[in-house]
Design a protein around this ligand. Structure first.
Ligand SMILES: Nc1nc2c(ncn2[C@@H]2O[C@H](COP(=O)(O)OP(=O)(O)O)[C@@H](O)[C@H]2O)c(=O)[nH]1
Ligand SMILES: [Mg+2]
Length: 129
């Protein structure tokens, strides 16, 4: 993707309050939309590093505190309401859930949230190992 020098950097480093859609051209917004356009398929849930797929494509991982809406955001981006499981209960996602685009060289990783987990203490302590 060819962008005018500095245009992407400017968008990335603007603070949240300064950021607006004006900083992105309609063409960039459309490219972003198409990047996540369905179909994505659930590949697997990884509990061990050894389970992770090979680093053979672009990977975008969503990390953040429990229950902030990581899985909901993935579903909204992809336009598939049931792809990533969402929950009212914090700490439900306890694996690295892998989703792969069927049309782009792109992988999404839905990560377990940090801060709270309703899981056995040993699993909370170690996480994916
Ligand atoms: N009000 C509101 N609730 C949201 C939003 N996004 C997610 N939720 C709700 O917040 C809860 C946690 O969402 P989830 O995507 O599972 O969060 P995750 O733990 O970060 O993956 C669910 O009950 C969602 O329906 C949002 O933008 N607004
Ligand atoms: Mg989640």
């Amino acid at each position: 993707m060819l962008l005018p020098a500095g245009s992407l950097r400017r968008a990335v480093f603007l603070s949240e309050t300064e950021m607006s859609e004006i900083d992105y051209s309609p063409d960039m917004i459309e490219r972003g939309r198409l990047m996540f356009a369905r179909p994505f398929l659930f590949t697997k849930g990884c509990v061990r590093i050894a389970d992770l797929p090979p680093m053979d494509r672009v990977e975008i991982a969503f990390a953040g505190r429990s229950n902030v809406g990581k899985s909901s955001l993935i579903n909204a981006l992809v336009g598939m309401s049931g792809l990533a499981r969402t929950s009212n209960t914090p700490g439900r996602t306890q694996e690295l859930n892998i989703f792969e685009s069927q049309s782009e060289n792109l992988r999404i990783v839905d990560m377990p949230g940090y801060g709270y987990a309703k899981a056995p203490e040993d699993k909370v302590r170690t996480g994916p190992s």
